[in-house]
Design a binder for this molecule. Structure first.
Ligand SMILES: Cc1cc2nc3c(=O)[nH]c(=O)nc-3n(C[C@H](O)[C@H](O)[C@H](O)COP(=O)(O)O)c2cc1C
Length: 212
């Protein structure tokens, strides 16, 4: 009897955590294909900054290159920008999806600011920062807030892009703007993680349309 109750409880926790990890899946305009993101008019020197994970990810299984990293590299190539990967100083993130969801949730609950390994050289020389991140629990991963709080964004333009599996941009433009009130924050360009992984020609076309 006790075993059954335990099994039921675990099933419930699993279903709940998967559903929650999916955020407000299915509700975004983008999903129906009707949302168009304005082309970000930018000037000056650009840097593409991104956070991205390998290992087991939602919908794509175990991946060797992170979904956001794939998009980041496409954007960097297209706009001719330098890149900077946000790498945790102590990288203890699990390589299995469920365990990663738990750690990410805990970081969010604690309003954590995980440390970043390196810093951007000559940050002052960049005018436009393309900032890429996976949606984690309908928000940016907390380490991206560490990044935003580590530099002076006064007068800079941030062009956010994210990968997700249903939540689209999850209103992260507002969250970024609150974290860096002195920056100009453009609309978020959102891409399905599974498309970044498995439908790259289509994603390249979306990026070209967005940037042209
Ligand atoms: C901890 C965690 C939380 C997630 N939360 C959401 C979410 O709330 N909404 C959503 O659409 N996708 C969510 N996802 C899916 C990721 O946003 C998606 O798989 C993304 O493409 C992963 O990018 P990466 O490979 O660059 O890390 C979550 C994934 C993880 C690992």
């Amino acid at each position: 009897m006790m075993k059954k109750v335990l099994a039921l409880l675990m099933t419930f926790v699993l279903i709940f955590s998967l559903a929650a990890c999916g955020g407000n899946a299915g509700t975004s305009k983008e999903e129906s294909g009707s949302k168009t993101i304005e082309t970000p008019s930018v000037s000056g020197k650009s840097l593409v900054v991104y956070f991205s994970r390998t290992g087991e990810q939602d919908k794509v299984g175990v991946i060797e290159k992170g979904n956001t990293k794939i998009v980041a590299e496409m954007i960097a190539e297209k706009v001719g920008a330098d890149t900077f990967e946000i790498v945790p100083k102590n990288d203890n993130y699990p390589m299995t999806f469920d365990a990663l969801c738990d750690v990410a949730k805990e970081e969010q609950n604690n309003n954590a600011r995980p440390e970043i390994k390196d810093s951007v050289k000559d940050f002052d020389t960049y005018d436009t920062i393309y900032l890429g991140y996976p949606i984690w629990w309908a928000d940016l991963p907390m380490i991206c807030y560490t990044f935003l709080e580590s530099y002076d964004f006064n007068g800079k333009t941030i062009v956010p892009f994210c990968t997700h599996e249903g939540s689209a941009d999850a209103n992260t433009q507002k969250k970024i703007q609150s974290a860096v009130p002195n920056a100009t924050v453009k609309e978020v360009f959102a891409v399905r993680g599974q498309d970044a992984q498995n439908n790259q020609d289509e994603v390249k076309k979306q990026i070209e349309d967005w940037l042209k």
